[in-house]
Ligand binder design. Structure first.
Ligand code: MLC
Ligand code: AMP
Length: 516
């Protein structure tokens, strides 16, 4: 039973646990079984550990750990105890982590024991009081200390606008911004998706194969399963063979388009393998029509594509039930119930049906602003309270939304965002470099990947491979350009602006058939 006086998202998730707490909640692909009682007890113990540290409401708990069921329990414990969860991509390196920890000022940092040697000193230098480790083999100091704590815990009292999580998202200018998500944001979205996608309490089985430091794997997938009391089959890493092998045991799958492309390459992906499946959902990046069609052809299932962002969680979805309409490839469907979505031209005037413009959104799912960046927050909202997504699209006469591009200079590679401005900043500081442009180029596996075009200073020699090697030493691996070309100059328009569209056109065939 949901406690109407407590807006804590954990309370809503916990209320959906089955009465039989000994039923299986999560089965890992390597043969471990976790009951609902395990989730309840472990999240209580970790919550008690945090409370015993004397943390204050609103304190941030920054987490950079490999995916595991225990890492999910850590997330649940953070909600449960009323603190703010700050997940960090495991690929981030020193400079990136130093910035996030410095900016967010977490009271607690949890990292893998492999990284503790460099994460702990960064955290301590930034004033973090407590550093724990957590590994993907159920080891680490977090669990050792939590094991001493009581497994009884009263869910912390939260108001709807209290923060539940901060998700860092880069920008076209400046450093990354922490999108502040409230309990209301997350819970409203979870409830809407539960209905819209027809989650069947205690009857669905979700294959969870996404990372859990972004909206897709952390919120959409985990909340969806928990709030409908559904079981999960848990893979710590995506492996197309393993996912296809588990399809007969499951009913729902969620993935970024790259996962669908890779599964299609498996001969074992057949109609029979998908017989028990009810729903395949794709999002985080555009799903190519050819993937959408190939999937339908091979499996007999029509992928449901949806659209969302860190700042807003899910915004639109293709229909689940035929009564609402058909699932249309190349579109992201209709605005979800409660979401107001509109398209505006450059002057802020409404676009008529079918006209392309800037997508703006409002609703209970839209975030509370950027952490400690009131000015930036103000810039990203219209005077009447709509959030400017930075996506460019249109809405047709029947209400289907299509995303046709982005006004933000952003590359989405395998579902991860790469902001050219950040990478260019690093390249431009390298010896001998005059300037650079990072462009997104179509790629058969990752959808698109970054390619760097660099010009040397007069008289200097710059080596493209050396540029890549230097970036590798400093940045998360998915941000590294797959190629780097050195050219005498970058093409510019009459305003002096680098013509990235022209560069993209020139390099669009680079990875046509190759798997990089
Ligand atoms: C890995 N590599 C990538 C990459 N992932 N390169 C570009 N883009 C990516 N996404 C590179 C590595 O740098 C490495 O290169 C090589 O590929 C192998 O690395 P890996 O870690 O072994 O790769 P793999 O496990 O195969 O990972 C691929 C993947 C992963 C597709 C499974 O990228 C992934 O899980 N993507 C999902 C991201 C996601 O969940 N996004 C949701 C965001 S939420 P080298 O040269 O070092 O060998 C959001 C909102 C919304 O956007 O709407 O949902
Ligand atoms: P992030 O900042 O990582 O949350 O990424 C959000 C961005 O991913 C959105 O602003 C879109 O540009 C993109 N995105 C998410 N889902 C889709 C989709 N189905 N099709 C196209 N782009 C998408």
């Amino acid at each position: 039973m949901i406690d109407p006086t407590n807006a804590n998202l954990f309370a809503a998730l916990r209320a959906a646990f089955p009465t039989d707490l000994d039923a299986i909640a999560v089965e890992t692909d390597d043969g471990l079984y976790y009951s609902w009682r395990d989730l309840d007890r472990a999240s209580a113990m970790i919550a008690n550990l945090f409370e015993a540290l004397g943390l204050k409401a609103g304190d941030r708990i920054a987490v950079q750990v490999e995916k595991s069921v225990e890492a999910m329990m850590l997330y649940l414990a953070t909600l449960r105890a009323g603190y703010v969860f700050l997940p960090l991509n495991t690929a981030y390196r020193e400079a990136e982590i130093e910035y996030f920890i410095g900016n967010a000022g977490p009271a607690v940092v949890v990292c893998s024991s492999a990284n503790a040697g460099w994460v702990a000193p960064l955290a301590t230098a930034a004033g973090t009081r407590h550093v724990f480790t957590l590994d993907d083999d159920r080891k680490g100091t977090l669990l050792e200390v939590a094991a001493q704590c009581s497994d009884q815990h009263k869910v912390a009292q939260k108001k709807p606008d209290d923060l539940a999580a901060i998700l860092y998202t880069s920008g076209t200018t400046g450093r990354s911004k922490g999108a502040m998500l409230t309990h209301r944001n997350l819970q409203s979205n979870a409830e809407v998706l539960k209905d819209y996608w027809g989650w069947r309490p205690r009857a669905d089985v979700l294959i969870h194969a996404l990372p859990i430091f972004h909206v897709h794997g952390l919120f959409v997938a985990i909340h969806g399963a928990l709030i409908s009391g559904s079981q999960m089959i848990w893979l710590n890493r995506f492996d197309s063979k393993r996912v296809v092998a588990r399809l007969p045991d499951a009913t729902v799958f969620m993935g970024v388009p790259t996962l669908y492309v890779r599964m299609l390459a498996e001969p074992t992906l057949t109609r029979e393998a998908c017989n028990g499946m009810r729903l395949f959902i794709s999002g985080s990046a555009p799903l190519l029509l050819e993937t959408f069609e190939a999937w339908r052809e091979r499996t007999g299932h029509t992928i449901l594509e949806r659209y969302g962002m860190s700042e807003t969680a899910m915004l639109t979805s293709n229909p689940y039930s035929a009564v609402q309409g058909e699932r249309r490839g190349g579109t992201v469907g209709f605005p979800l119930p409660g979401v107001q979505l509109r398209v505006r031209d450059d002057a802020g005037e409404p676009c008529l049906n079918g006209e392309i413009g800037h997508i703006q959104v409002a609703g209970p799912n839209v975030f509370a602003g950027y952490w400690r960046m009131p000015e930036k927050t103000k810039e990203e909202f219209t005077p009447d309270g709509y959030f400017k997504t930075g996506d460019v699209g249109k809405v047709d006469g029947r209400g289907y939304v299509t995303i046709v591009g982005r006004s933000k200079d952003l590359i989405i590679s395998g579902g991860y965002n790469v902001y050219p401005a950040e990478i260019e900043g690093y390249i431009n500081e390298m010896a001998g470099v005059a300037e650079s442009a990072l462009i997104g180029v179509p790629h058969p596996d990752f959808g698109e990947v970054g390619v760097a075009i660099v010009t040397p200073k007069p008289g200097a020699a710059v080596d493209g491979d050396a540029v890549i090697a230097e970036l590798k030493a400093r940045l998360a691996n998915f941000k590294i350009p797959k190629r780097c070309f050195v050219v005498p100059e970058l093409p510019r328009n009459t305003m002096g602006k680098v013509q990235k569209a022209l560069l993209r056109e020139q390099h669009k065939g680079l990875f046509k058939s190759a798997k990089a």
